[in-house]
Design a protein around this ligand. Structure first.
Ligand SMILES: *Cc1c(COP(=O)(O)O)cnc(C)c1O
Length: 384
């Protein structure tokens, strides 16, 4: 089976992990700060806080911004459930705002209209969490303008987009957001097996996130309530979690970071082949928004209404042909856990249309020419 995505592990990556195994620290040593410096440096963000997953990073980011009961997080329905779940962890509720029919990220016209209505109703969101679906960024500059006008905070779910650029700066520099989250799950752009990271420009938010990822415990005397009793002394000053990344994961991540740009270039080469070779087929190919460089985590194609096969038939035929396609994603409000909240499905027609027609075809840095040719030939045969 040709997978839809997979990691690329080099000998240098393996050596980096083995070196940690032979060292004094498996956790809470020098490798995590080194990884944070590597990602923060790449992203031009002064603060980077590594965690054991992007889900944990989202939770801690929302919590650091003070999200709680009675608050709302607004996000796109076409995302992995974690973007929304993390809001529920904080006791807040979620509202889904429809996607743009061409870029599949949060539609800012729809968002703006709904913000205006919410302002009249006196129930504006505390946080808006745009999802950079497939590696393509939401228009962060415009979103930052809305954040200023309507007084909400912005957490970017950039799980798909480390190595992407928006304008002349890397995603994660947080010039248009409070916090930006990355995931290092093996199907993403770089991997630490499991892992996530939050970047921010705000020292106080960074310090809150560091506290929350490690039990709410501090050894920094300037944060303590009491005089330290001695060298052993620490204080718990918040209710935190154990969301720490291990040294093994961080060493793998730092080694992977050295090849980040290579990975993105390889994805773009393969995207260009798909763009050229699939052009005539009854498929809507993913648009590349102007003024940015996608990380190309995914290559979702939308089956045209006049195609000889519908999405399900195409999906089944591709799987039978050994091509590991997938669907990213069913609108989160359709998940039974959310559906019991009675979310009205007719408020997100673009998300419904996307979900009815989308298939993610294989795209990853090491996808061979031969395997890609098989994917293309199979699609041509099925859709001719
Ligand atoms: C993968 C993913 C997450 C969760 O990442 P983990 O590191 O697996 O917790 C969150 N949001 C989106 C959009 C994702 O794709």
């Amino acid at each position: 089976m040709i997978p839809y995505g997979r990691q690329d592990i080099s000998d240098a990556d393996i050596d980096a992990v083995v070196q940690v195994l032979r060292s004094d620290f498996l956790t809470q040593g020098p490798a995590v700060p080194a990884f944070e410096a590597a990602v923060g440096g790449y992203c031009r963000a002064p603060h980077a806080v590594a965690m054991n997953s992007a889900t944990s990073a989202l939770h801690v980011a929302y919590a650091a911004l003070g999200l709680g009961a009675g608050d709302e997080v607004w996000t796109a329905p076409i995302t992995f459930v974690a973007t929304a779940n993390a809001a529920l962890y904080c006791g807040a509720s979620v509202r889904f705002v429809d996607i743009d029919p061409e870029t599949y990220v949060l539609c800012l016209d729809t968002l703006e209209a709904q913000l205006e209505q919410a302002a009249r109703d006196g129930r504006l969101p505390k946080i808006v969490a745009p999802v950079h679906l497939a590696g393509q960024s939401c228009d962060m500059q415009r979103l930052a303008g809305l954040a200023e006008k309507f007084g909400f905070r912005v957490v970017e779910d950039a799980s798909h987009s480390i190595g992407a650029w928006f304008g002349d700066a890397p995603v994660g520099d947080c010039r248009f957001s409070d916090i930006c989250i990355f995931s290092f799950h093996p199907v993403k752009i770089i991997t630490t097996a499991e892992g996530g990271l939050a970047t921010t420009r705000d020292a106080e938010l960074a310090s809150k996130m560091q506290l929350l990822r490690s039990h709410g415990v501090t050894r920094d005397p300037s944060l303590m309530q009491n005089e330290p009793h001695g060298g052993w002394y620490y204080e718990q000053i918040a209710l935190g979690f154990n969301y720490r990344m291990t040294e093994l994961q961080a060493a793998l991540g730092t080694s992977q970071m050295t090849r980040l740009d290579q990975f993105i270039d390889a994805r773009h080469e393969r995207r260009a082949v798909y763009d050229a070779e699939l052009k005539g087929l009854p498929l809507q190919l993913p648009a590349q928004a102007a003024g940015q460089r996608s990380a190309l985590h995914l290559y979702p194609v939308l089956v045209s209404p006049d195609a000889p096969l519908d999405r399900k038939a195409l999906f089944d035929a591709l799987r039978s042909a050994g091509i590991g396609v997938n669907v990213h994603y069913m609108p989160v409000y359709r998940q039974p856990y959310y559906a019991k909240g009675g979310w009205p499905q007719d408020t997100c027609p673009n998300a419904e249309d996307y979900y009815a027609r989308a298939v993610s075809i294989p795209l990853y840095a090491t996808l061979s020419q031969e395997d890609q040719a098989t994917v293309i030939a199979t699609l041509r045969r099925l859709l001719a």
